[in-house]
Design a protein around this ligand. Structure first.
Ligand SMILES: NC(=O)c1ccc[n+]([C@@H]2O[C@H](COP(=O)([O-])OP(=O)(O)OC[C@H]3O[C@@H](n4cnc5c(N)ncnc54)[C@H](O)[C@@H]3O)[C@@H](O)[C@H]2O)c1
Length: 345
């Protein structure tokens, strides 16, 4: 098919189920790992995020764009956060959509639900972080947060840490923990136990080989003195100004790896370590970006004693990498829907 024929065929439209059915966590982990390396090698474009705040209605709209050299697609994600949705309308607060365009012509070629892509690429990001930074013999994981991300993070870890034997999950909402325990014990295939109080959280942190923080908290959930030597922490929840889940002193004492330091210094845990004077904008205090580790330029974990932190704020190029897989697979399938927006003679 030539370019004109492709354009006339229309824009591929994919709903959440179609996206889900055409993307596995295994292949997303592989794609995310490769994309991190390409980001480090300067083979991607990741312009700054456009953030429009609509304070009068407690909402925001983020526009994230990315390009990966060698891919024939460029992408845009429109991700909204309208925090009164649940209360006012009984609908989710985080709608999002990904649009892809042909990287040779700029013509749009696909539009899809962005929710699952965000979920799965973030689960994959956590898996890649743990693969390179957690102790190989890690057996116990603590998830701080019992929502959407806490679920995919555990499934991702299960794929890359074959020795994982048990999980513990904390949330301030008891019912969420109970639901998670029932659901994820079955889905992850390992025993999951609930952590209900701050006192229990402290104890659980001291037993964990891997801690994953996945809440929208704005204050530390995990304190420095709770974390034992050799622990790896995936800091996932903090992806906006003011968001925070870790005591900055953890970053002071840890080997800190960022997905993209230009982002983590503004919206990740690094923002708070910088404010506390433990890190600097010039990268003082940062060990590496994850792409340096996945490319083999710098080693990941080097011994069983160091505390490691992967500060992952999410990158649009990960959305593009995952969405490209979905488009490739859907193009081969009967019944994929197209909308003819352009009619070129
Ligand atoms: N880094 C990334 O790429 C990336 C991608 C997706 C989501 N996120 C972030 O991850 C976080 C979790 O997302 P999710 O989709 O799992 O949300 P969710 O609403 O499904 O789950 C959030 C969990 O955190 C708990 N929680 C809420 N406020 C808390 C607080 N102040 N202290 C402790 N626990 C609290 C909730 O009870 C729930 O268990 C959000 O901050 C989101 O923005 C980051």
């Amino acid at each position: 098919m030539n370019k004109k024929e492709q354009i006339n065929k229309g824009i591929m439209l994919l709903d959440a189920t179609e996206v889900r059915n055409n993307l596995s966590l295994e292949e997303t982990i592989e794609a995310v790992e490769q994309t991190y390396s390409q980001y480090y090698q300067g083979k991607t474009l990741l312009p700054p995020v456009v953030n429009m705040m609509l304070d009068d209605r407690d909402g925001e709209l983020d526009v994230k764009t990315g390009f990966i050299d060698g891919f024939n697609l460029i992408g845009v994600k429109m991700a909204a956060g309208f925090y009164q949705n649940e209360k006012s309308y009984g609908i989710p607060s985080w709608p999002s959509m990904i649009m892809l365009a042909d990287a040779q012509t700029g013509f749009p070629c696909a539009a899809m639900d962005g929710g699952y892509i965000t979920t799965i690429r973030t689960g994959a990001a956590g898996a890649v972080g743990a693969k390179h930074l957690a102790r190989k013999n890690s057996e116990t994981v603590l998830l701080v947060g019992a929502g959407n991300q806490a679920r995919i993070q555990l499934l991702g870890l299960k794929l890359v840490m074959p020795g994982l034997k048990r999980a513990m999950v904390y949330s301030p909402v008891r019912e969420e923990v109970e639901l998670y325990v029932t659901e994820m014990t079955e889905k992850a295939g390992i025993p999951v136990t609930g952590v209900f109080t701050k006192e229990e959280l402290k104890e659980a942190a001291g037993k964990a080989d891997i801690i994953v923080t996945v809440t929208p908290s704005r204050e530390p959930q995990i304190l420095r003195e709770w974390v034992r030597p050799g622990t790896h922490i995936n800091a996932i929840g903090s992806d906006g100004p003011g968001k925070q889940e870790l005591d900055p002193a953890i970053l002071r004492d840890a080997k800190v790896v960022a997905d993209s330091f230009s982002q983590t210094s503004q919206i990740g845990e690094c923002q708070h370590a910088i404010k506390a004077g433990y890190m600097k904008e010039d990268r003082t205090g940062l060990y590496a970006e994850i792409g340096e580790v996945t490319s083999g330029v710098k080693p990941g974990r080097e011994n069983n004693e160091e505390i490691t932190v992967f500060d992952a704020t999410g990158m649009a190029v990960l959305d593009v990498a995952a969405a490209s897989i979905v488009v490739r697979r859907s193009a081969e399938k009967e019944g994929t829907r197209y909308f003819q927006m352009f009619h070129l003679d």
